[in-house]
Design a protein around this ligand. Structure first.
Ligand code: SF4
Length: 226
């Protein structure tokens, strides 16, 4: 089984309800086909139910959306999860409303990675740039997904308070942590190199031995080569 994401599958269209200011979909809106797909009300792309998802892949489902946003009907979520289960793949499901994942736990394909975003611990930055639940609620919801593989993505990383940020992430007891920098056009308030290095150090010391901490290459812009 491959352990890097090699593809995405996007059976939801319309605008993602969270409207994060840094959303990567914005960069793609110059392409008419993308603009048409991701504009307007949330919609189910019926023809995606004929997509061959192959086997032994690791697929990010709804990479340009949030499958668990409250605006997405329950029946659509169930159909998408059941469709994924037909194929011998692993899947990443990422949400800023992970509390809703609890309602669908029996339907997730075996080996799914359930993820939420923690860009910062600072509420004012979440309020200004990010959508979905407040960050403490995201972390709590992921932490309570007992028995599932849990992931926290710190991307795009924004300015944070080292100890509070580390405590938040450690509390979720994740299996996998990814940390990466903003690659969008919007300028975000970013942490210092020293803060990022201190955060990584605390995570390396305080998470489980089998927790993988993945430093994305784009973080080099802030911390340089490791
Ligand atoms: S949750 Fe993800 S897809 Fe939705 S607006 Fe935010 S960054 Fe974009």
């Amino acid at each position: 089984m491959k352990d890097l994401i090699i593809s995405t599958w996007n059976p939801l269209g319309g605008a993602c309800p969270h409207e994060c200011k840094y959303c990567s979909t914005e960069k793609l809106m110059r392409y008419p086909v993308i603009k048409e797909k991701y504009t307007g009300e949330v919609k189910f792309i019926e023809k995606e139910m004929n997509t061959n998802l192959g086997s032994e892949n690791f697929i990010f489902v709804c990479a340009q959306h949030d499958l668990f946003a409250k605006e997405v009907p329950e029946s659509w979520i169930s159909r998408i999860l059941m469709y994924c289960s037909k194929f011998n793949n692993k899947y990443l499901f990422q949400s800023k409303n992970p509390a809703r994942m609890h309602d669908f736990l029996p339907l997730f394909p075996v080996g799914s990675m359930l993820c939420t975003t923690v860009e910062t611990n600072r509420p004012e930055l979440i309020e200004e740039f990010s959508g979905g639940a407040i960050v403490e609620e995201r972390v709590e919801a992921i932490g309570e997904l007992y028995g599932a593989k849990r992931m926290i993505t710190i991307e795009p990383v924004m300015a944070f308070d080292v100890d509070r940020m580390a405590d938040l992430i450690i509390k979720a007891d994740p299996d996998f942590i990814a940390i990466g920098a903003n690659t969008g056009l919007l300028k975000l308030p970013e942490p210092t190199k020293d803060d990022v290095i201190r955060l990584i150090g605390r995570l390396e010391v305080s998470t489980r031995n089998d927790c993988i901490i993945h430093i994305k290459p784009n973080l080099e812009r802030i911390i340089g080569k490791r």
